[in-house]
Design a protein around this ligand. Structure first.
Ligand SMILES: Cc1ncc(COP(=O)(O)O)c(C=O)c1O
Length: 365
C-alpha cells in the first residue's frame, strides 16, 4: 500500500468523464465558442458573492493579467509573502514591477505588522496568499490598505471555496486570482485559472488582455498573448462547482481525524474562529522533519514540503530582497511538512498515517 500525498486521479473528474454532460459537450463540437465560457463565468461569479469572474489559462496568468491591468511602473512595488508558490512572484515580475518579499506569521500568511514594515512611497499593491487553503485574516489588512489607497490582490490559487465570516476568499480584494488545475481542491481536467473583481466596467479591459489585445474581433488596441481558458475546462468546472462543498467536507473530516489523533509532539495547523479551510494542504511543523520523512517513506507514506525555500532566495528576486529579514519564514521552511490529504483517502489509510507518526515520536526514532 502506498499512501500518496495527493492523488492526481480525481473522482469528480472521473464522474464527469462518464457523465452525460461530457458527451453532450463533445458532440456539440463547440470547443472555443463564448457561450460555454460565459455560462461557467456567470456561475463562478455568482458563487463568489456576485463578483465578476473571468476564466483564464492558469493561475499564474491570472496574477499576471491582474498586474498588467494595473499597469504599474518599473519602480512600483508589490508586497508578496516570502513563502508561496513561485508564480506569486514571477507573474508580478513579468507584468513589469518590483516584487518585495515580506515575512509570514505562524499561519503562513502575510502579517499586517510585516506589511507595515515593508511599505514605502512606491508600494502600489499587496498580494495576499491564502496559503495551504486556509483563509487569511484579511479584514484588518484590507482596512489598513484602503486608507492608503494601496490595492489588495488575493492569491486564491489554493483556497477556492473557503470563507471568512461566511464570505468567500476571493471576495475581499480589489482583484483575486484562482488556479483550477487538477491538483487544486476545485480542479479541472488540466491547466486552468480565473480572475475575479468588483467593477463590471473593467471587464472589457480584461478581455483585451486575455486575448491578444483584440477588441470585438475587429480592432487591436495593445500587444498581448492568448490567455484564454479552454471550453472543456469551463464545462467540467461548471459541473464540478456542484461537488465542491462535498469535496471540502470530506477533506475537513480527514483533517479532523489528524487533529484529534495525531500526537501533540508535532505542531498541527491552527486557525481562527469563523475562518474556513479547504485543506489543500494539511501542514504540520516539526524540528525532526528529515528523519520523519525518511521513516514515513520507508513505511510507504508520501509527504511533501511546500516549500523548501523562501522565494526571495532565488535569482530573479535576490537583488531587490537581499537586505530584507525573513526570520519567521526562514524558521518555518525548515519545519513544515504536508501530510497526505485528499478526498479519496480511506479511513484506514488515514489511521495508518496517524499510527506511524505517533509511533515515530513515542519511540523517539
Ligand atoms: C499560491 C499559488 N499561486 C499561484 C499558483 C499558480 O497557478 P497555476 O499553476 O495554475 O499557474 C499556484 C499554483 O499552485 C499557487 O499555489
Amino acid at each position: 500500500m502506498l499512501i500518496r500525498y495527493r492523488y492526481l486521479e480525481r473522482l469528480d473528474v472521473k464522474k464527469y468523464y462518464k457523465g452525460k454532460n461530457f458527451n453532450l459537450f463533445l458532440k456539440s463540437g463547440y470547443f472555443i465558442n463564448d457561450k460555454i465560457k460565459e455560462d461557467f463565468e456567470r456561475k463562478a461569479g455568482k458563487y463568489l458573492n456576485n463578483r465578476e469572474f473571468m476564466g483564464v489559462s492558469s493561475g499564474t496568468n491570472a496574477i499576471y493579467l491582474i498586474f498588467k491591468m494595473l499597469n504599474f511602473k518599473k519602480d512600483d512595488e508589490v508586497i508578496v509573502p516570502c513563502l508561496s508558490w513561485f508564480s506569486s512572484f514571477t507573474a508580478i515580475k513579468m507584468a513589469g514591477c518590483k516584487v518585495i518579499g515580506s515575512d509570514i506569521d505562524e499561519n503562513l500568511h502575510l502579517d499586517l505588522n510585516e506589511i507595515k514594515n515593508k511599505i514605502t512611497k512606491k508600494t502600489r499593491a499587496v498580494l495576499f496568499v491564502h496559503f495551504g487553503g486556509l483563509c487569511g485574516n484579511l479584514k484588518k489588512i484590507k482596512k489598513y490598505l484602503q486608507k492608503r489607497k494601496i490595492i489588495l490582490v488575493e492569491d486564491c490559487a489554493q483556497s477556492f471555496g473557503t470563507k471568512i465570516d461566511n464570505i468567500n476568499s476571493g471576495c475581499f480584494g480589489d482583484f483575486s486570482a484562482f488556479s483550477m488545475n487538477p491538483m487544486k481542491v476545485f480542479g479541472s481536467l488540466g491547466e486552468a485559472g480565473g480572475i475575479s473583481f468588483k467593477q463590471k466596467k473593467i471587464k472589457d479591459n480584461f478581455k483585451l488582455l486575455r486575448y491578444a489585445g483584440i477588441h470585438n474581433k475587429e480592432f487591436c488596441k495593445i500587444a498581448e498573448l492568448n490567455h484564454k481558458i479552454d471550453n472543456i475546462h469551463c464545462n467540467a468546472l461548471e459541473k464540478n462547482l456542484h461537488n465542491l462543498k462535498q469535496i471540502i467536507n470530506r477533506r475537513i473530516k480527514i483533517a479532523n481525524l489528524y487533529d484529534k489523533y495525531l500526537t501533540n509532539k508535532i505542531e498541527k495547523p491552527v486557525f481562527y474562529k469563523n475562518f474556513s479551510h479547504n485543506y489543500y494542504n494539511y501542514t504540520i511543523r516539526t524540528k525532526q522533519r528529515s528523519k520523519l520523512i525518511k521513516y514515513l517513506n520507508q513505511n510507504n507514506i508520501e509527504t511533501k514540503i511546500n516549500h523548501k525555500h523562501l522565494i526571495c532566495d532565488f535569482p530573479p528576486f535576490k537583488k531587490e530582497n537581499k537586505l530584507k529579514n525573513f526570520s519567521n519564514g526562514k524558521k518555518i521552511v525548515n519545519e513544515i511538512l504536508s501530510l497526505p490529504i485528499d478526498e479519496n483517502l480511506k479511513k484506514k489509510e488515514i489511521f495508518y498515517v496517524i499510527k506511524k507518526i505517533n509511533y515515530f515520536f513515542e519511540k523517539k526514532l
